[in-house]
Ligand binder design. Structure first.
Ligand code: NAD
Ligand code: UFG
Length: 337
């Protein structure tokens, strides 16, 4: 079975591509490499011993995307491609709306034209906004608070409208919580460009000596230790969730929403401490003011994915830190190393 993976050179896309290849799927990766490197795909080929048909293509190139789908043989698309930096989306909203929404519309038009109607979409827990009741269930009201999050919410609406209008579509909206970690080989992992926005890559760069200390955004939240609580999920568990969703879509029509999280919340200080234990030395940190737009607590109720897909996350915080650290230690400068 041939699957198109948009954004397959990126962090989650490369780990999912690896799992797809191991499961016997043939994979075509479409990526414009705006936030990734061709090297990740080469390493996935090396790890699996299987080829990836890589196409350097921008989703904004509607003709190019249509020509790719016109080649035929695709049964499904997993759609990771998008821009994801929250702060940048506040500064450059048009860039985010154009890339994420127009890019998705181009993909959907090409899929429709060539009768490919199974889609797994990368949504995000960010669609729930910052003040929901915990744990978050899929029926909780949506209230994204920044342009990035609103692109996810709006694409969810577009995909729901599409399924309502044409019952031949099968679409999974996967709401990821906080993806971290790396493949256990340490050969592929997350390679943020510039200063990392997210906690784990920042801690890992401190641990490897690229940065002096972690800045902890806020220690006055109403949580056990005053720092923010999140539902960190190992990227390989997340990858497995995509295969489970793909299997579900094969014989069911409609739109499905699933949280992909562990259901466990961990505080910033717990993560810093666990990472330090794994590295064998404490990670230096300093408290600073809250980061604007951050929720105090966010964690999933992942029971719908278990009930419908038989999927649940298995790896704990310790393993997430161990695998993240192995990748960082082996590749101190990411894919450039
Ligand atoms: P990533 O940046 O590593 O991967 C996204 C990939 O899409 C990159 O390789 C990038 O080059 C490519 N891309 C972007 N715009 C493109 C375009 N117009 N045409 C072709 N390729 C394009 O990000 P990731 O962490 O792997 O995230 C994958 C998806 O999951 C994204 O849609 C993201 O919004 C979503 N998501 C990520 C997180 C997270 O914390 N990492 C959380 C929730 C949801
Ligand atoms: N944090 C710090 N210091 C840092 C980075 C983060 O203290 O240098 C804190 C944050 O304040 C928060 C926690 O660590 O309490 C996690 O922050 P991240 O930036 O790693 O993750 P977020 O929960 O803010 O957001 C991430 C992605 C979003 C996505 C969301 C839900 O960045 O795109 O998870 O999936 F939508």
């Amino acid at each position: 079975m041939k699957v198109l993976v948009t954004g397959g050179a990126g962090y989650i896309g490369s780990h999912t591509t690896l799992r797809l290849l191991q499961a016997g799927y043939d994979v075509v990766v479409l990526d414009n490499l705006v936030n990734s490197s061709r090297e990740s795909v080469l390493r996935v080929e090396h790890l699996t011993g299987r080829p990836v048909d890589f196409r350097k293509l921008d989703l904004l190139d509607a003709r190019g995307v249509d020509q790719l789908l016109a080649e035929g043989g695709f049964e499904a698309v997993i759609h990771f491609a998008g821009l994801k930096a929250v702060a940048e989306s506040v500064e450059k909203p048009l860039r985010y709306y154009e890339n994420n929404i127009v890019g998705t519309l181009n993909l959907l038009n090409a899929m429709e034209a060539h009768a490919v109607r199974q889609l797994v979409f990368s949504s995000s827990a960010t669609v729930y906004g910052a003040s929901g009741e915990m744990p978050l269930i899929e029926k909780a009201p949506l209230d994204a608070t920044n342009p990035y999050g609103r692109t996810k919410e709006q694409i969810e609406d577009i995909l729901s409208d599409l399924c309502a209008a044409d019952h031949r579509w099968s679409i999974a909206l996967l709401r990821y919580f906080n993806p971290v970690g790396a493949h256990e080989s340490g050969i592929i992992g997350e390679d943020p460009s510039g200063t990392p926005n997210n906690l784990l890559p920042f801690i890992a760069q401190v641990a490897v000596g690229r940065r002096e200390k972690v800045i902890v955004f806020g220690n006055d939240y109403a949580t056990d230790d005053g720092t923010g609580v999140r539902d960190y999920i190992h990227v390989m568990d997340l990858a497995a969730g995509h295969l489970a969703a793909l299997g579900h879509l094969a014989d069911k029509n409609g739109v499905f929403r699933w949280n992909l999280g562990t259901g466990q919340g961990s505080s910033v200080l717990e993560v810093i401490e666990t990472f330090g234990l794994v590295v064998g030395k404490p990670i230096p940190f300093q408290f600073a003011a809250r980061r604007s737009g951050d929720a105090a607590i966010s964690y999933a109720d992942p029971s719908a994915a278990l009930a419908d897909l038989g999927w649940s996350a298995h790896r704990d915080l310790r393993q997430m830190c161990e695998d993240h650290w192995r990748w960082q230690r082996k590749n101190p400068l990411g894919y450039e190393s």
